[in-house]
Design a protein around this ligand. Structure first.
Ligand code: RIB
Length: 297
């Protein structure tokens, strides 16, 4: 069984701001850094650091070759990553003094993925393999349909949520890993337990992992609903906390951990990530997660 993460790769332009820029305002940043990012790339690195064997498929321009090198340094298979003539996707990220962010993405090469590209990648995978997806690349409905037709199991992190995603056929998805806003949009419900119930009714046989910010996380399947709280740590930058959670959660499931163990690991990993600046760079190694797990018991 292999994991294919078909997802975005971005160059993150990160600005430390006294507050988020308001309409009509021009505001000087307190500092600027460039980081590796993209929900896809971040999740591949989290999976790899958590010990999973992962292949990352997607597209970058030549300005993004350092992203490929970063994936390779972490042991991610990049044989399905294409390089095009256009620019790599990028994100403009403001981080305020409390560590919260707001993000503008510009798709670039992430939006150049075609059904023919998808076919070329999927021929290297087979029934039982796992496809992880987010919502930052083109041809997503085609990818979901083609992977399902092959018998691949699909994990969806529907981020960033938009109307198009709400209209896609998600009946082949096995794991939904999402936050409350995404859950509300996909289920039409507001209360966390109702979001889970509605999604399970719409997509029977799936598992719903609903992150609730400071209130922790719920994990529900047809039989049980379990929860896990957060760890109270100083926040530097919340960017990629969700990606860290997704990668660590999925790696845990695939290595045979129980849902409770997966939630614990993923919650610890994302708590460590929010204490550091940047996206991919903030994701902890497995050994750090194990160490904190022993400390925070
Ligand atoms: O989830 C964080 C990521 O969202 C950033 O790295 C940015 O590139 C956007 O894709």
């Amino acid at each position: 069984m292999r994991v294919l993460n078909y997802g975005s790769l971005n160059i993150d332009l990160v600005y430390a701001m006294p507050h988020f820029v308001r309409a009509g305002e021009t505001l000087a940043s307190l500092g600027h850094q460039t980081f590796a990012g993209g929900k896809g790339l971040n999740q591949s690195i989290a999976l790899a650091k958590a010990g999973a064997d992962v292949c990352h498929a997607g597209k970058i321009g030549r300005d993004g070759l350092f992203l490929r090198e970063l994936l390779e340094r972490h042991g991610v298979d990049t044989s399905c990553l294409a390089v095009t003539d256009g620019p790599t996707g990028h994100a403009v990220i403001q981080v305020d003094p409390s560590g919260q962010n707001c993000i503008i993405i510009c798709g670039g090469a992430n939006q150049e993925i075609t059904p023919a590209d998808v076919d070329g990648v999927l021929r290297h995978f087979e029934a039982g393999d796992v496809l992880l997806i987010q919502n930052e690349i083109s041809s997503l409905p085609y990818l979901i349909g083609a992977a399902a037709a092959k018998g691949m199991r699909i994990a969806l992190n529907p981020s960033p949520i938009n109307e198009a995603l709400g209209e896609m056929d998600l009946s082949a998805v096995t794991w939904f890993i999402l936050n409350e806003i995404e859950g509300e949009q996909l289920s039409g419900k507001r209360v966390p337990e109702e979001i889970c119930r509605e999604l399970l009714a719409k997509y029977p046989g799936s598992t719903v992992v609903l992150t609730l910010g400071k209130r922790g996380v719920l994990c529900a399947d047809g039989r049980d609903t379990i929860s896990h709280g957060i760890y109270d740590v100083p926040v530097v930058d919340t960017t990629a906390a969700g990606d860290t959670f997704t990668g660590y959660f999925l790696a845990g499931v695939l290595s045979g951990l129980s849902p409770a163990q997966c939630l614990e690991r993923a919650s610890i990993a994302s708590s460590i990530a929010i204490g550091r600046a940047g996206a991919a760079e903030s994701i902890p190694e497995r050994a750090e997660v194990d160490e904190k797990q022993a400390l925070w018991k």
